[in-house]
Design a protein around this ligand. Sequence first.
Ligand SMILES: NC(=O)C1=CN([C@@H]2O[C@H](COP(=O)(O)OP(=O)(O)OC[C@H]3O[C@@H](n4cnc5c(N)ncnc54)[C@H](O)[C@@H]3O)[C@@H](O)[C@H]2O)C=CC1
Ligand SMILES: C[C@H](O)[C@@H]1OC(=O)[C@H](O)[C@@H]1O
Length: 261
Amino acid sequence: MLNGRTALVTGASRGIGRGVALGLAAAGADVAVNYHRPAEAEFGRDNAADAAGVVAEIEALGRRGLAVEADVADGAAVRQMVDTVVKELGGLDVLVNSAGICPFHDFLTMPEELWDRVHGVNLKGAFLCSQAAARVMVEQGRGGRIIGISSISALVGGGMQTHYTPTKAGMHSLMQSMAIPLGPHGITCNSVLPGAIATDINKDDWSDPDKRAYLDGRIPLGRFGEPDDIAGPVVFLASDAARYVTGSALLVDGGLFVNLQ
Ligand SMILES: NC(=O)C1=CN([C@@H]2O[C@H](COP(=O)(O)OP(=O)(O)OC[C@H]3O[C@@H](n4cnc5c(N)ncnc54)[C@H](O)[C@@H]3O)[C@@H](O)[C@H]2O)C=CC1
Ligand SMILES: C[C@H](O)[C@@H]1OC(=O)[C@H](O)[C@@H]1O
């Protein structure tokens, strides 16, 4: 479905970003894997090594892969990253904004700096990457696809996520508004809204057996999601099959949202 296309996935060293990157490669795309070097290791991981591993998996699928380092909240680094992707892989057709953080925190004691950090990565980062990618796509003149990994949390609240859920609602709103100026260029902009997907972002929160049991009991399909469950919907939105889909949201949550009682 994506033969001959080139994609960039942000935050693709692990989790949903990695799953999406591999799904895009399996569908025929060459894929750039964005990673960043945080001040302190995230979940004890080596992001550069993890990103190199994802590139090796992409190459094992017969596609070209490229690891590109950039903090998505840093505009100059983002623009340099996009330039590198175009130079090394020959163009850019698909951008998936997956980079994101969600350190759970109480609202009343939340420091302003944490709000700024979460918004910088999750929302400003998506704006910076989308703007840099769209500039290339417009110049290329062959259309394009921009996909934001929003969340079920764009639709409902989280008591320990008052800094986070607005960024997920904002991700979807950003895609909706970008769809308007980019439509005449054949560039579609859509959101995917995952539910509860087993990745590092949830590792601490789901270590509470009661929380895990609560969520598990609310999912009609009877299991937590995996990153692979997000790859297929993203491949669809990135493909020609979704050529008339823009400004839309695709909820991918196993039924979690609708199952109130
Ligand atoms: N896991 C879940 O249940 C859900 C996750 N999401 C969203 O999915 C996206 C991916 O999250 P997960 O894969 O679950 O988490 P994860 O923690 O496994 O992966 C997050 C990725 O973003 C990268 N990242 C963090 N800060 C960055 C920065 N400044 N620059 C570049 N990369 C950065 C991390 O290094 C990592 O590769 C996030 O946007 C999150 O909000 C949405 C709904 C549910
Ligand atoms: C971090 C959360 O546990 C995860 O990310 C989201 O967007 C949803 O709230 C998931 O539960």
